[in-house]
Design a protein. Structure first.
Length: 213
């Protein structure tokens, strides 16, 4: 992993980069896309959770007592942005099955072009949790920034953002609006095109995930 800029971390592990290449491939079908997205989310979660608080503990083994480390401090919360973020949830739950899962849904108002919340269901104790917001693509950054803002309005104080691919424009928007949020991505691509798609990207993550158009 290396730092792209302040608070932005590119997770460049060889396994992640290999699987990302398969995810990008236009010939990868929905089932394989789903499986790969889940696998990459799990691999990225190792880095995203690297700084979670741990404490000393003593464990009785079959032959003696061992000095160990166990997680402590804040519990984890996972918040996928509907709908594509759903494809990243199970990979993280494989690692942290006790994490609580919230959901936030946004759509873009056709007149104002601003994100509008249409659904939000969160753990009641989000202020006491380290939250990971999930969305495969960070394009303009408008949706991610709005989702983070909505979470803060509801009392969230510790938020990280995990994306598969980001555009520089999206990174700039989120870091400008939420300088306290750490962003973890597998790749930073070239730019956005005139339709707001990341280039070269992977197309529409939600459509590829669920087989829609």
């Amino acid at each position: 992993m290396y730092d792209y800029c302040k608070n932005v971390h590119v997770v460049d592990h060889p396994l992640i980069q290999h699987k990302l290449a398969l995810i990008r491939d236009i010939n990868t079908g929905s089932k394989d896309f789903r499986d790969l997205l889940e696998e990459v989310a799990m691999l990225m979660a190792y880095e995203v959770t690297r700084n979670l608080t741990i404490e000393d503990a003593e464990v009785q083994t079959p032959v003696g007592k061992a000095k160990c480390k166990v997680m402590s401090g804040k519990k984890l919360g996972i918040v996928p942005i509907l709908r594509a973020g759903l494809g990243m949830v199970n990979g993280i739950l494989e690692l942290v099955p006790t994490a609580k899962v919230g959901h936030i849904g946004l759509y873009r108002d056709p007149d104002t072009l601003e994100p509008v919340e249409y659904y939000c269901k969160l753990p009641t104790d989000i202020g006491d949790r380290d939250l990971i917001v999930l969305d495969p693509m960070l394009a303009t950054g408008g949706t991610a920034s709005a989702a983070i803002g909505f979470l803060k309005d509801r009392g969230a104080t510790s938020i990280m953002l995990m994306n598969l691919i980001a555009a520089p424009e999206g990174i700039a928007r989120v870091t400008k609006d939420h300088g306290d949020v750490e962003i973890y991505v597998a790749a930073v691509d070239e730019r956005l095109n005139e339709h707001g798609y990341i280039v070269p990207g992977l197309g529409d993550a939600g459509d590829r995930l669920f087989g829609t158009k």
